[in-house]
Design a protein around this ligand. Sequence first.
Ligand SMILES: [Zn+2]
Length: 219
Amino acid sequence: MASSSEENYLKNIYLVLEKNGNVPVTTNELSDSMEIKAASVTDMLKRLSERRLLHYKKYQGVLLTQKGKARAVDIVRKHRLWEYFLVEKLKFQWDEVHDVAEELEHVSSDILVDKLDAFLGRPKFDPHGDPIPDQQGKISVNKFKNLSALRVNDKGKVAAVIEQQPNFLQHLDHLHIHMGTPIKVVERVEFDKSMGIVVNNSSTTHISYDIAKNILVAK
Ligand SMILES: [Zn+2]
């Protein structure tokens, strides 16, 4: 069985690969994203490579093997199911669940996870709109659009957030923007790519490009 620390590496490699479109992940990228010294990262990558969980060549970065990817997807599945549980059943706020799920994702009982999944009604997306892999590791593909790419008069409902730092989520709370909130674009400022949006069919708010590019909407 893999240790929590090994699981965290596999998960982080998977998430970076997903974000970068499967470009091999470098030691420095991992060291930055996990806030761990590069030397320790290198040691762990060697160890995981010996166990055939990833392909590692010095200076070339890493890719996951099939076995490594399956492990990573399983951890991501647990993380997102626990987040869903915490928000839906225990009424946590969406900015409070990530750190708790970081611990719960390492629970190793498959039966517990499958029962949890069934209990929750086999949800497809977590409270931040990230897809929850199913028992076979299949992941639903979303057709969400980036809010920053919408034009004036385009409408949609908030379906996912890319940035998930608590202070960003709290700022969205402040703007009354949550999962499922209807949004309509009423202005686009080409100079700085900021936008005027109508939130919830009521108030108009001006948001920066940094905010818009971190929100995905479904039409
Ligand atoms: Zn999440």
